[in-house]
Design a protein around this ligand. Structure first.
Ligand code: AMP
Ligand code: TRP
Length: 339
Protein backbone atom coordinates (compact mmCIF):
# COMPACT_ATOMS: atom_id res chain seq x y z
CA UNK A 1 0.00 0.00 0.00
CA UNK A 2 1.21 3.48 -0.77
CA UNK A 3 1.16 6.27 1.74
CA UNK A 4 -1.16 8.28 -0.45
CA UNK A 5 -3.87 5.64 0.03
CA UNK A 6 -3.44 5.48 3.77
CA UNK A 7 -5.34 8.59 4.79
CA UNK A 8 -8.69 7.20 3.82
CA UNK A 9 -8.26 4.08 5.87
CA UNK A 10 -8.88 3.86 9.55
CA UNK A 11 -5.60 3.00 11.22
CA UNK A 12 -6.91 2.93 14.77
CA UNK A 13 -7.05 -0.85 14.92
CA UNK A 14 -3.82 -1.49 13.02
CA UNK A 15 -0.41 -2.65 14.16
CA UNK A 16 2.69 -1.36 12.40
CA UNK A 17 6.20 -2.68 12.75
CA UNK A 18 9.53 -1.78 11.28
CA UNK A 19 13.17 -2.63 11.80
CA UNK A 20 16.11 -0.37 11.13
CA UNK A 21 19.66 -1.49 10.55
CA UNK A 22 22.25 0.14 12.81
CA UNK A 23 24.35 1.57 10.04
CA UNK A 24 25.42 4.63 11.98
CA UNK A 25 24.28 7.63 10.01
CA UNK A 26 20.86 9.09 9.50
CA UNK A 27 20.60 11.80 6.90
CA UNK A 28 18.22 14.73 6.70
CA UNK A 29 16.59 12.69 3.88
CA UNK A 30 15.96 9.72 6.19
CA UNK A 31 14.62 12.06 8.84
CA UNK A 32 12.17 13.86 6.56
CA UNK A 33 11.28 10.84 4.40
CA UNK A 34 11.00 8.08 7.00
CA UNK A 35 11.41 9.07 10.65
CA UNK A 36 8.93 11.93 10.58
CA UNK A 37 6.38 9.58 8.97
CA UNK A 38 6.81 7.15 11.84
CA UNK A 39 6.33 10.02 14.27
CA UNK A 40 3.08 10.89 12.51
CA UNK A 41 1.91 7.29 12.42
CA UNK A 42 2.52 6.68 16.13
CA UNK A 43 -0.49 8.85 16.94
CA UNK A 44 -2.95 7.13 14.65
CA UNK A 45 -2.32 3.38 15.02
CA UNK A 46 -3.30 0.89 17.69
CA UNK A 47 0.21 -0.40 18.22
CA UNK A 48 3.64 0.40 16.82
CA UNK A 49 6.83 -1.63 17.10
CA UNK A 50 10.20 -0.21 16.16
CA UNK A 51 13.37 -2.17 16.59
CA UNK A 52 17.04 -2.05 15.78
CA UNK A 53 17.73 -4.96 13.45
CA UNK A 54 21.12 -5.77 14.93
CA UNK A 55 20.89 -9.46 14.03
CA UNK A 56 20.31 -8.47 10.42
CA UNK A 57 23.35 -6.22 10.54
CA UNK A 58 25.71 -9.10 11.35
CA UNK A 59 24.80 -10.99 8.17
CA UNK A 60 27.65 -8.96 6.67
CA UNK A 61 31.00 -8.33 8.40
CA UNK A 62 30.90 -5.61 11.09
CA UNK A 63 33.48 -4.00 13.30
CA UNK A 64 32.28 -5.08 16.80
CA UNK A 65 33.17 -1.83 18.54
CA UNK A 66 31.57 0.33 15.89
CA UNK A 67 28.46 -1.85 15.76
CA UNK A 68 28.12 -1.70 19.53
CA UNK A 69 28.13 2.09 19.47
CA UNK A 70 25.84 2.37 16.47
CA UNK A 71 23.10 0.26 18.06
CA UNK A 72 22.73 2.44 21.14
CA UNK A 73 23.22 5.61 19.17
CA UNK A 74 20.42 4.69 16.78
CA UNK A 75 17.92 4.10 19.59
CA UNK A 76 18.82 7.45 21.16
CA UNK A 77 18.51 9.17 17.79
CA UNK A 78 15.08 7.78 17.05
CA UNK A 79 13.78 8.83 20.44
CA UNK A 80 15.42 12.23 20.03
CA UNK A 81 13.70 12.57 16.63
CA UNK A 82 10.29 12.21 18.28
CA UNK A 83 9.64 8.47 18.35
CA UNK A 84 7.90 8.32 21.71
CA UNK A 85 8.71 5.26 23.86
CA UNK A 86 5.24 5.56 25.38
CA UNK A 87 3.58 5.26 21.99
CA UNK A 88 5.95 2.71 20.43
CA UNK A 89 7.56 -0.44 21.64
CA UNK A 90 11.22 0.33 20.94
CA UNK A 91 13.46 -2.69 21.26
CA UNK A 92 16.62 -4.45 20.21
CA UNK A 93 16.08 -7.49 18.03
CA UNK A 94 18.86 -9.42 19.77
CA UNK A 95 17.27 -8.76 23.18
CA UNK A 96 14.55 -11.17 22.13
CA UNK A 97 15.92 -14.69 21.51
CA UNK A 98 12.57 -15.91 20.16
CA UNK A 99 13.04 -14.05 16.87
CA UNK A 100 15.78 -16.52 15.97
CA UNK A 101 13.75 -19.43 17.36
CA UNK A 102 10.69 -18.56 15.29
CA UNK A 103 12.95 -17.94 12.31
CA UNK A 104 14.31 -21.49 12.55
CA UNK A 105 10.82 -23.00 12.48
CA UNK A 106 10.01 -20.85 9.46
CA UNK A 107 13.26 -21.71 7.72
CA UNK A 108 12.23 -25.35 7.86
CA UNK A 109 9.03 -24.53 5.97
CA UNK A 110 10.63 -22.21 3.40
CA UNK A 111 11.87 -23.62 0.09
CA UNK A 112 15.55 -23.01 -0.66
CA UNK A 113 14.60 -21.92 -4.18
CA UNK A 114 12.40 -19.12 -2.94
CA UNK A 115 15.25 -17.60 -0.93
CA UNK A 116 17.63 -17.94 -3.88
CA UNK A 117 15.43 -15.59 -5.84
CA UNK A 118 15.70 -12.67 -3.40
CA UNK A 119 17.18 -9.71 -5.25
CA UNK A 120 19.09 -8.36 -2.27
CA UNK A 121 20.70 -11.75 -1.64
CA UNK A 122 21.74 -12.09 -5.28
CA UNK A 123 23.18 -8.57 -5.17
CA UNK A 124 25.11 -8.85 -1.95
CA UNK A 125 26.32 -12.42 -2.44
CA UNK A 126 27.72 -11.57 -5.87
CA UNK A 127 29.87 -8.83 -4.29
CA UNK A 128 31.53 -11.08 -1.72
CA UNK A 129 32.23 -14.73 -2.48
CA UNK A 130 32.65 -15.49 1.24
CA UNK A 131 29.12 -14.44 2.13
CA UNK A 132 27.57 -15.95 5.25
CA UNK A 133 24.73 -18.46 5.48
CA UNK A 134 22.93 -15.76 7.47
CA UNK A 135 22.88 -13.51 4.42
CA UNK A 136 20.86 -16.21 2.68
CA UNK A 137 18.37 -16.84 5.52
CA UNK A 138 18.06 -13.11 6.39
CA UNK A 139 14.61 -12.73 4.77
CA UNK A 140 13.21 -15.53 6.93
CA UNK A 141 14.43 -13.79 10.07
CA UNK A 142 12.72 -10.67 8.75
CA UNK A 143 9.51 -12.67 8.22
CA UNK A 144 9.77 -13.87 11.83
CA UNK A 145 10.21 -10.26 13.04
CA UNK A 146 7.01 -9.28 11.28
CA UNK A 147 4.82 -12.36 11.85
CA UNK A 148 5.49 -12.69 15.60
CA UNK A 149 3.68 -9.40 16.27
CA UNK A 150 0.75 -9.84 13.84
CA UNK A 151 1.76 -6.63 12.06
CA UNK A 152 -0.76 -5.24 9.58
CA UNK A 153 1.62 -2.77 7.94
CA UNK A 154 5.37 -2.77 7.58
CA UNK A 155 6.82 0.65 6.69
CA UNK A 156 9.89 0.01 4.55
CA UNK A 157 11.84 1.51 1.67
CA UNK A 158 11.13 0.07 -1.76
CA UNK A 159 14.24 -2.17 -1.56
CA UNK A 160 12.61 -4.21 1.23
CA UNK A 161 9.26 -4.74 -0.50
CA UNK A 162 10.24 -8.15 -1.84
CA UNK A 163 11.13 -9.31 1.67
CA UNK A 164 7.72 -8.31 3.03
CA UNK A 165 6.10 -10.14 0.14
CA UNK A 166 8.15 -13.21 1.03
CA UNK A 167 6.88 -12.89 4.62
CA UNK A 168 3.35 -13.07 3.22
CA UNK A 169 4.19 -16.25 1.28
CA UNK A 170 5.76 -17.78 4.36
CA UNK A 171 2.71 -16.89 6.49
CA UNK A 172 0.27 -18.20 3.93
CA UNK A 173 2.11 -21.50 3.54
CA UNK A 174 2.32 -22.03 7.29
CA UNK A 175 -1.35 -21.15 7.84
CA UNK A 176 -2.43 -23.57 5.11
CA UNK A 177 -0.35 -26.42 6.39
CA UNK A 178 -0.71 -26.03 10.16
CA UNK A 179 -3.84 -23.90 10.61
CA UNK A 180 -4.43 -20.16 11.03
CA UNK A 181 -1.41 -18.79 12.93
CA UNK A 182 -0.20 -15.60 11.25
CA UNK A 183 -1.77 -12.38 10.09
CA UNK A 184 -1.01 -11.27 6.51
CA UNK A 185 1.30 -8.23 6.61
CA UNK A 186 1.37 -5.55 3.94
CA UNK A 187 4.34 -3.44 2.93
CA UNK A 188 3.80 0.26 3.56
CA UNK A 189 6.06 1.81 1.00
CA UNK A 190 7.59 4.92 2.36
CA UNK A 191 9.05 6.51 -0.72
CA UNK A 192 6.03 8.45 -1.92
CA UNK A 193 6.61 11.32 0.50
CA UNK A 194 8.97 14.21 -0.01
CA UNK A 195 12.25 13.11 -1.48
CA UNK A 196 15.20 15.18 -0.30
CA UNK A 197 17.86 15.57 -2.95
CA UNK A 198 21.66 15.68 -2.89
CA UNK A 199 22.85 19.23 -2.13
CA UNK A 200 25.51 19.27 -4.85
CA UNK A 201 23.63 17.25 -7.45
CA UNK A 202 19.94 17.97 -6.81
CA UNK A 203 18.85 15.56 -9.53
CA UNK A 204 19.73 12.57 -7.37
CA UNK A 205 18.49 11.46 -3.95
CA UNK A 206 20.38 12.52 -0.82
CA UNK A 207 21.93 9.25 0.24
CA UNK A 208 24.12 8.12 3.10
CA UNK A 209 26.32 6.31 0.59
CA UNK A 210 27.16 9.54 -1.24
CA UNK A 211 30.88 9.91 -1.87
CA UNK A 212 30.99 13.66 -1.20
CA UNK A 213 30.17 14.49 2.44
CA UNK A 214 29.28 18.07 1.47
CA UNK A 215 26.26 16.85 -0.45
CA UNK A 216 24.58 15.19 2.52
CA UNK A 217 23.38 16.61 5.84
CA UNK A 218 23.66 14.15 8.66
CA UNK A 219 21.48 14.44 11.73
CA UNK A 220 24.48 14.94 14.02
CA UNK A 221 26.27 17.52 11.86
CA UNK A 222 27.37 20.61 13.78
CA UNK A 223 25.86 24.05 13.21
CA UNK A 224 28.95 25.09 11.22
CA UNK A 225 28.84 21.99 9.04
CA UNK A 226 25.14 22.45 8.29
CA UNK A 227 25.63 26.13 7.42
CA UNK A 228 28.58 25.40 5.18
CA UNK A 229 26.77 22.63 3.31
CA UNK A 230 23.61 24.63 2.74
CA UNK A 231 25.43 27.82 1.72
CA UNK A 232 27.37 25.67 -0.79
CA UNK A 233 24.32 23.90 -2.20
CA UNK A 234 23.99 23.91 -5.98
CA UNK A 235 21.34 26.31 -7.31
CA UNK A 236 20.93 28.02 -10.70
CA UNK A 237 21.65 31.37 -12.28
CA UNK A 238 18.12 32.76 -12.43
CA UNK A 239 18.23 34.42 -8.98
CA UNK A 240 14.55 33.82 -8.32
CA UNK A 241 13.12 31.89 -5.39
CA UNK A 242 10.47 29.90 -7.17
CA UNK A 243 9.45 26.23 -6.99
CA UNK A 244 10.26 24.44 -10.24
CA UNK A 245 11.60 20.92 -9.77
CA UNK A 246 12.53 20.52 -13.41
CA UNK A 247 14.36 23.77 -14.10
CA UNK A 248 15.34 24.75 -10.57
CA UNK A 249 15.97 21.46 -8.75
CA UNK A 250 18.41 22.97 -6.23
CA UNK A 251 16.15 25.79 -5.07
CA UNK A 252 13.11 23.47 -5.11
CA UNK A 253 14.98 21.00 -2.90
CA UNK A 254 15.84 23.72 -0.37
CA UNK A 255 12.19 24.81 -0.39
CA UNK A 256 11.10 21.22 0.22
CA UNK A 257 13.44 21.01 3.19
CA UNK A 258 11.93 24.15 4.70
CA UNK A 259 8.29 23.18 4.20
CA UNK A 260 8.98 19.72 5.67
CA UNK A 261 10.38 21.24 8.85
CA UNK A 262 8.17 24.30 9.39
CA UNK A 263 4.61 25.54 8.85
CA UNK A 264 5.71 27.37 5.72
CA UNK A 265 4.22 26.48 2.34
CA UNK A 266 5.66 26.89 -1.15
CA UNK A 267 3.54 30.03 -1.85
CA UNK A 268 4.39 31.55 1.54
CA UNK A 269 8.10 31.02 0.87
CA UNK A 270 7.88 32.44 -2.64
CA UNK A 271 6.19 35.50 -1.24
CA UNK A 272 8.56 35.89 1.68
CA UNK A 273 11.63 35.79 -0.59
CA UNK A 274 10.33 37.78 -3.55
CA UNK A 275 13.13 40.02 -4.77
CA UNK A 276 15.63 38.56 -2.28
CA UNK A 277 18.83 36.85 -3.32
CA UNK A 278 19.92 33.22 -3.01
CA UNK A 279 22.34 34.03 -0.19
CA UNK A 280 19.54 35.36 1.99
CA UNK A 281 17.33 32.39 1.21
CA UNK A 282 20.08 29.88 1.94
CA UNK A 283 20.83 31.55 5.26
CA UNK A 284 17.17 31.15 6.17
CA UNK A 285 17.20 27.47 5.14
CA UNK A 286 20.34 26.91 7.21
CA UNK A 287 18.70 28.54 10.26
CA UNK A 288 15.65 26.29 9.92
CA UNK A 289 17.76 23.12 9.66
CA UNK A 290 20.13 24.18 12.46
CA UNK A 291 17.19 24.86 14.76
CA UNK A 292 15.47 21.53 14.05
CA UNK A 293 18.60 19.40 14.25
CA UNK A 294 19.86 21.37 17.26
CA UNK A 295 16.80 20.31 19.27
CA UNK A 296 17.27 16.69 18.22
CA UNK A 297 20.98 16.73 19.08
CA UNK A 298 20.38 18.21 22.54
CA UNK A 299 17.95 15.43 23.40
CA UNK A 300 20.22 12.83 21.80
CA UNK A 301 23.21 13.69 23.96
CA UNK A 302 21.03 13.82 27.08
CA UNK A 303 19.71 10.34 26.35
CA UNK A 304 23.14 8.88 25.65
CA UNK A 305 24.38 10.11 28.99
CA UNK A 306 21.47 8.81 31.06
CA UNK A 307 20.16 5.38 31.96
CA UNK A 308 16.76 6.21 30.50
CA UNK A 309 17.66 4.21 27.39
CA UNK A 310 18.39 1.07 29.38
CA UNK A 311 15.06 1.32 31.14
CA UNK A 312 13.18 1.74 27.89
CA UNK A 313 14.96 -1.24 26.35
CA UNK A 314 14.50 -3.45 29.38
CA UNK A 315 10.76 -2.90 29.54
CA UNK A 316 10.34 -3.37 25.80
CA UNK A 317 12.42 -6.56 25.87
CA UNK A 318 10.14 -8.00 28.53
CA UNK A 319 7.02 -7.14 26.60
CA UNK A 320 8.24 -8.46 23.26
CA UNK A 321 9.67 -11.66 24.74
CA UNK A 322 6.27 -12.57 26.17
CA UNK A 323 4.55 -11.99 22.83
CA UNK A 324 7.17 -13.90 20.88
CA UNK A 325 7.26 -16.84 23.27
CA UNK A 326 3.52 -17.25 22.88
CA UNK A 327 3.79 -17.34 19.09
CA UNK A 328 6.77 -19.70 19.27
CA UNK A 329 4.84 -22.12 21.49
CA UNK A 330 1.78 -21.97 19.27
CA UNK A 331 3.94 -22.83 16.25
CA UNK A 332 5.72 -25.66 18.07
CA UNK A 333 2.49 -27.31 19.10
CA UNK A 334 1.04 -27.00 15.61
CA UNK A 335 4.17 -28.53 14.11
CA UNK A 336 4.13 -31.47 16.51
CA UNK A 337 6.91 -30.35 18.85
CA UNK A 338 6.47 -30.11 22.62
CA UNK A 339 5.68 -26.78 24.19
P1 AMP B 1 17.86 4.07 3.31
O1 AMP B 1 18.68 5.12 3.96
O2 AMP B 1 17.98 4.09 1.82
O3 AMP B 1 18.01 2.70 3.93
O4 AMP B 1 16.32 4.46 3.58
C1 AMP B 1 15.70 4.42 4.84
C2 AMP B 1 14.38 5.15 4.76
O5 AMP B 1 14.61 6.57 4.55
C3 AMP B 1 13.45 4.72 3.61
O6 AMP B 1 12.12 4.75 4.06
C4 AMP B 1 13.68 5.76 2.54
O7 AMP B 1 12.56 5.92 1.71
C5 AMP B 1 13.96 7.02 3.36
N1 AMP B 1 14.90 7.92 2.64
C6 AMP B 1 16.21 7.66 2.39
N2 AMP B 1 16.78 8.70 1.72
C7 AMP B 1 15.79 9.63 1.54
C8 AMP B 1 15.75 10.93 0.92
N3 AMP B 1 16.82 11.47 0.34
N4 AMP B 1 14.58 11.58 0.93
C9 AMP B 1 13.47 11.06 1.51
N5 AMP B 1 13.45 9.85 2.10
C10 AMP B 1 14.59 9.13 2.13
N1 TRP C 1 15.83 -5.69 6.40
C1 TRP C 1 15.45 -4.35 6.79
C2 TRP C 1 16.44 -3.35 6.17
O1 TRP C 1 17.54 -3.69 5.85
C3 TRP C 1 15.46 -4.20 8.27
C4 TRP C 1 14.46 -5.11 8.89
C5 TRP C 1 14.74 -6.25 9.57
C6 TRP C 1 13.05 -4.95 8.87
N2 TRP C 1 13.58 -6.82 10.00
C7 TRP C 1 12.54 -6.08 9.59
C8 TRP C 1 12.20 -3.99 8.32
C9 TRP C 1 11.17 -6.24 9.76
C10 TRP C 1 10.83 -4.19 8.51
C11 TRP C 1 10.33 -5.30 9.21
O2 TRP C 1 16.10 -2.19 6.05
Amino acid sequence: MNKKDMGSENMQDKTILTGIQPSGVITLGNYIGAVKQMVRLQDVVKKSYLFVADMHAITVPQDPKELHENIRSLIALYIACGIDPKKNVIFLQSDNPYHASVSWLLECTTPFGELSRMTQFKDKSSKNVNFSAGLFTYPVLMAADILIYDADYVPVGIDQKQHVELARNIAERFNKKFGETFKMPEPYISDSGTKIMDLLDPTKKMSKSSTNPRSVIKILDTKEEIEKKIMGATTDSEMKIKYDEKNKPGISNLMNIVISLTDETIPSLEEKFEGKNYGEFKRYVADVVVEELGKIQKRYYELLGSNELDQILEEAAKETRAIALQKFNEMKVKMGLYK
